[in-house]
Design a protein around this ligand. Structure first.
Ligand code: ADP
Ligand code: FBP
Ligand code: MG
Length: 319
């Protein structure tokens, strides 16, 4: 039996976090469960920044990027003392269920609270789409649409000048954004941390592309190398005019796409349902048309792999 649920957003923000909070609040209210919002992730959980949320508190939020609850990274929460404090604050308010919206780090924190006895459910929220067990994380679709919009614009000027354009995108350990946006944006080359590349061959492909197509767009994930350094190397080896764009945090902001709004709402409602069904220590995810609850042990214990077939197809599509 669950009477009071708290919800927080943690780690790197992503478009759709507000829609996920809204999903939790409204699904809980529909079942007459009280909801509390925790400001600033685990920082606010330790600092007791916890406020009641009703249906009206989440009005006008579905279309907004960022998170109205605020997000943070907390070193204190990594310690046992911090975790005890966080748990005690929840218990003091009589909160018996917690929904954590965030990336792999945030969900690892939720798992610890779950092991300490709190009932917890996680919603995967990160633009990186790097969590195992869900085809999409909240925010990933919006981020790749933002990147493709940038690539389309960069392509115009690349073609006009016959230049090489290096576009560095986010993803310290995951190449999903680079691969998906590179594929959809028609990039000639995609460089990701999961697949080794040879710079000499990259330069050969660049020369070939500029000769045949009058431009060359290279999308590189930040985890696969420094865009500026790669651009400089290409220019020195090929003599071709090269420009570099580092897209940075524009990828993390903006109004969520329809896909992300619907996904976040469904995962929010799914998290409430999972807790009411007596489940705990689970991450909600989407698999095909279904919302599923996956044990943290699986979701956090396995590494999502990049689709090698898609990578090869993107390369074929660029000839
Ligand atoms: N292994 C862990 N154990 C406990 N808490 C963690 C762990 N990993 C991350 N956290 C908590 O979650 C916060 C967010 O994690 P981080 O990795 O920065 O972001 P994300 O959730 O976006 O991956 C951290 O600042 C920390 O408080
Ligand atoms: O600028 P920040 O907030 O330190 O983090 C940058 C990182 O966060 C991300 O945008 C998202 O990653 P997480 O969701 O795991 O935090 C990465 O793509 C990027 O490398
Ligand atoms: Mg992370």
């Amino acid at each position: 039996m669950i009477n009071k649920i708290a919800v927080l957003t943690s780690g790197g923000d992503c478009p759709g976090m507000n829609a996920a909070i809204r999903g939790v609040v409204r699904a809980a209210q529909a079942k007459n469960i009280e909801v509390f919002g925790v400001h600033n992730g685990y920082v606010g959980l330790i600092g007791k920044q916890i406020v009641p949320l009703d249906s009206r508190a989440v009005s006008d939020t579905i279309h907004r990027g960022g998170t109205f609850l605020g997000t943070a990274r907390s070193e204190e929460f990594r310690t046992s003392a911090g975790q005890q404090k966080a748990l005690a604050n929840l218990q003091e308010l009589g909160i018996d269920g917690l929904v954590v919206i965030g990336g792999d780090g945030s969900l690892s924190g939720a798992r610890i609270l779950g092991e300490m006895g709190m009932k917890v459910a996680g919603i995967p929220g990160t633009i990186d789409n790097d969590l195992w067990g869900t085809e999409y994380t909240v925010g990933a679709d919006t981020a790749v649409n933002t990147v493709v919009d940038a690539i389309d614009k960069i392509r115009d000027t690349a073609s006009a000048h016959g230049r090489v354009m290096v576009v560095e995108v986010m993803g310290r350990e995951s190449g999903w954004i680079a691969l998906t946006a590179g594929f959809a944006g028609g990039a000639e080359l995609i460089l990701i941390p999961e697949i080794a590349y040879d710079l000499n061959r990259v330069c050969e492909r660049v020369k070939e592309a500029v000769a045949n197509k009058h431009h060359c767009i290279i999308v590189i994930a930040e985890g696969a190398g420094n865009g500026m350094a790669i651009g400089d190397h290409i220019h020195r080896k090929t003599g071709l005019e090269t420009r570099v764009s580092v897209l940075g945090h524009i990828q993390r902001g903006g109004s969520p796409t329809v896909f992300d709004r619907v996904l976040a709402s469904r995962l929010g409602a799914g998290a409430v349902k999972a807790l009411l069904d007596g489940k705990t220590n689970v991450m909600l995810g989407c698999q095909g048309a279904n919302i599923v609850a996956i044990d943290f042990a699986d979701a956090l214990g396995q590494k999502k792999v990049i689709d090698a077939e898609e990578f090869n197809l993107a390369s074929i599509m660029s000839i």
